[in-house]
Design a binder for this molecule. Structure first.
Ligand code: CP3
Length: 348
């Protein structure tokens, strides 16, 4: 569905994020650019993940693929939450099927020397890639993103993906001074990365705190929220709506909104109706189809999509999305069909 105006600022996605009226419910998918698409696998052949994130031509091509194919209401820049860490010199890699792996886990005060400030000069390829994407996007908005301090800290401290975040929580409670110093630096890096994308022309930003649901609300508010607030405030003067998302965050939604979000991302474990009850009318919501339901028979999937659109219509603003990222084995044709259905049933 095309936007009725030719500026991304007037697009359904930006308007919904600002809780303004929309012609239809905007829809995009977390991880829409990636392994569910054969055209993605083709252009990535023989190119490492981090290398592909540093090549503006590839970034622009991969960012555009899901927009061309599905007709989603937004592009999200193809990158990764650890790209800015690699850019400032942290020795890490993104291992296929595993995720980010850090050569030397971060554990002591001495390790702070390995986390310098991010400047725009660290990521010239981001500015260049955003420029290339905007030229092709027209009125469709681009979403810039960064990983939030907690999720980045977990990868750095654990050294890779973690189920229990035990070293992370041990530092948080055992050496709060070091924890806050580290997260202060990560907030600068995350905020700086969002700012580069917004200044280059991204119309919306999303701060991913994917694993923050591992924390209690008290720990979140004490150890994480101040840093996420700093990261989000880095774009406060740029007039871009801010989406904040994590998983297993039913208990944290209001606190995540209070970190400075305009839109709170809701995972599939909390209904949009419950989320709205917890958030009140100050935030738009984004979500929250269970990505596993994309494997269900169409009749079951259709029912779930319709129900989310209906729940979302009662919120002050709704951006349709999954409750977490597209799974790699997802049939891309099903995603296209979901986009069409959301547009059809929400057309006002
Ligand atoms: O959403 C998009 O389409 C834009 C691109 C994007 C990627 N990573 C590309 C990627 C985005 C927004 C991310 C964010 C990201 N990266 C998050 C937050 C979102 C979330 O899912 O919660 C996290 C936690 C990461 C860390 C990370 N990087 C993981 C867990 C993985 C998957 C590991 C695997 O192979 O299963 C990656 C690698 C990664 N990032 C891939 C892509 C397309 C797969 C690498 C490949 O295709 O070789």
């Amino acid at each position: 569905m095309t936007n009725s105006s030719n500026s991304p600022r007037d697009s359904a996605l930006v308007r919904a994020a600002r809780r303004q009226s929309v012609s239809h419910t905007p829809v995009w998918f977390m991880r829409q650019a990636g392994r569910s698409l054969p055209e993605y696998r083709k252009v990535r052949e023989g190119v490492g993940m981090l290398d592909s994130c540093r090549r503006p031509d590839l970034v622009a091509e991969i960012t555009m693929q899901p927009v061309r194919r599905h007709g989603v209401d937004a592009a999200i820049l193809f990158s990764d939450i650890v790209v800015p860490l690699a850019a400032v010199g942290v020795d890490l890699d993104i291992v296929a099927g595993v995720g980010p792996v850090v050569a030397q886990p971060f554990r002591t005060h001495a390790d702070l020397d390995r986390i310098p400030e991010l400047t725009p000069e660290h990521v010239p390829y981001i500015t260049e890639a955003v420029g290339m994407v905007l030229a092709e996007l027209g009125a469709t908005p681009l979403i810039g993103f960064a990983g939030a301090p907690f999720t980045l800290a977990s990868y750095l401290i654990e050294g890779g993906p973690s189920k229990n975040h035990e070293h992370t929580k041990a530092m948080m409670h055992g050496d709060p001074e070091l924890w806050h110093e580290l997260c202060g630096r990560l907030a600068q890096i995350a905020g700086g990365f969002l700012r580069v994308q917004a200044q280059a022309g991204a119309s919306v930003v999303q701060l991913f705190d994917s694993w923050v649901g591992a924390l209690s609300r008290t720990d979140y508010e004490t150890f994480v929220q101040p840093h996420s607030r700093v990261a989000l405030s880095a774009v406060a003067d740029l007039d871009v709506p801010k989406i904040h998302f994590g998983t297993v965050t039913g208990e944290l939604l209001a606190s995540m909104g209070a970190a400075g979000a305009d839109v709170v991302g809701v995972d599939f474990r909390t209904s949009l109706t419950d989320a709205r009850a917890r958030l009140g009318d100050r935030y738009a919501v984004q979500g929250n189809l269970d990505p596993a339901l994309l494997f269900a028979p169409w009749s079951a999937l259709e029912k779930a999509v319709r129900s989310i659109v209906a729940e979302g219509a009662l919120a002050p603003g709704h951006i349709f999305n999954l409750g977490h990222g597209v799974l790699p084995e997802t049939d891309p044709e099903v995603l296209t069909r979901v986009v069409q259905l959301v547009h059809e049933v929400s057309a006002r």
